[in-house]
Design a binder for this molecule. Structure first.
Ligand code: ADP
Ligand code: NI
Length: 247
C-alpha cells in the first residue's frame, strides 16, 4: 500500500511540474508574440500625427489590459494583440487592403493558430465606429474590450486633445458658428453645421458613452463624458463672449 501511494505521489508531482513548465513556456511565448506585435505597430505608426500615433495605441493597450483584469479575464493575449494592431489598417492613414495583407502575413509569423489569427483580424475589422452602424457587429468579449478601450481614448481630456489635433491636421476649424449656446446643441441637431472639431463631439464623441460594452468601460466613460461636457460648456461660453450680455 505504501509503495502504491508513493508511486501515485511521484506521478502527481511530475504532472504538476510538467504543467508548470508548460505553463511557463506558454506565458513566455505569449509575451514574445506581444513584443513582436508592439514592434510591428511602432513600425507602422512611427510617422503618424493624426491621432493614431504610437502613444494612442499604447494607451489603448493599457486600457484594454485594465478592463480585462477588472472584468475577470485571465487570458489576454488576443486582447493585447488586437489592441496593439487595431489601427495598423486604418484607411485614413494607409491603403486598407494592402495593410490587411501585411498584417495577416505578420500574424502568420508569430506562431498563432489559424483560429487566433482569424479572431484578431475579425476584432480589428469590426471594432471601428463607422457612424455607429458597426456597433451591431457581434464581437467576442475580447473584441468588446478592445473596442471599449479604443473608444475611451477618444473621450476625456485626451479625446479633446486628439480631436483638435485631428481637425488641425485635416484643415478643419475649431468651430464656425456664433451665438449658439451650449444648451441648444444636441447630438440630434448637429447635421446642419459645417465640419469642425466641436461638431465632432456632437456627431460622435458624446454618443460613445452609451455604446460601451463592459461595465468597467462604462464607468470610465462616464467620468470622461462628464469632463467633455464641462469643456464644451466653457468653450462655447468663451466663444460667444462678445455676444452674451450676461458676461
Ligand atoms: P480610432 O480609430 O482610434 O477610434 P479615429 O480614426 O476615429 O480613431 O479618429 C482618431 C481621432 O481623431 C479620435 O480621437 C477621433 O475622435 C478624432 N476624429 C475623428 N474624426 C474627426 C473629425 N471629423 N474631426 C475631428 N476629430 C476627429
Ligand atoms: Ni484607435
Amino acid at each position: 500500500y505504501q509503495l502504491v501511494s508513493n508511486i501515485f505521489y511521484y506521478i502527481e508531482m511530475s504532472v504538476f511540474f510538467l504543467n508548470l513548465l508548460f505553463e511557463k513556456e506558454t506565458i513566455m511565448e505569449n509575451e514574445l508574440k506581444i513584443k513582436h506585435a508592439c514592434n510591428y505597430m511602432k513600425m507602422v505608426h512611427k510617422d503618424d500625427h493624426t491621432g493614431h500615433d504610437i502613444a494612442h495605441v499604447e494607451r489603448v493597450h493599457t486600457l484594454a489590459k485594465y478592463i480585462a483584469l477588472n472584468e475577470g479575464l485571465v487570458h489576454t493575449t488576443i486582447i493585447e494583440l488586437a489592441a496593439l494592431l487595431h489601427d495598423t489598417v486604418d484607411s485614413k492613414i494607409t491603403n486598407e487592403q494592402q495593410a490587411y495583407d501585411k498584417l495577416s502575413t505578420f500574424l502568420e509569423t508569430i506562431d498563432l493558430t489559424q483560429d487566433d489569427i482569424q479572431h484578431v483580424l475579425h476584432i480589428i475589422q469590426n471594432m471601428s465606429y463607422r457612424g455607429g452602424k458597426n456597433n451591431q457587429a457581434t464581437l467576442s468579449i475580447e473584441g468588446q474590450i478592445v473596442r471599449d478601450a479604443d473608444r475611451l481614448d477618444a473621450l476625456g481630456a485626451i479625446g479633446i486633445a486628439r480631436t483638435f489635433q485631428f481637425a488641425g491636421y485635416f484643415g478643419e476649424p475649431m468651430w464656425t458658428e456664433s451665438n449658439v449656446p451650449f444648451e441648444s446643441l444636441h447630438t440630434d441637431n448637429i447635421e446642419a453645421f459645417d465640419p469642425s472639431a466641436i461638431k465632432h463631439f456632437y456627431e460622435k464623441l458624446l454618443k460613445l458613452k452609451s455604446l460601451m460594452h463592459t461595465s468597467t468601460g462604462r464607468k470610465l466613460a462616464e467620468e470622461r463624458h462628464h469632463f467633455m461636457l464641462q469643456f464644451l460648456k466653457q468653450f462655447l461660453h468663451e466663444w460667444n463672449f462678445n455676444n452674451n450680455t450676461n458676461m
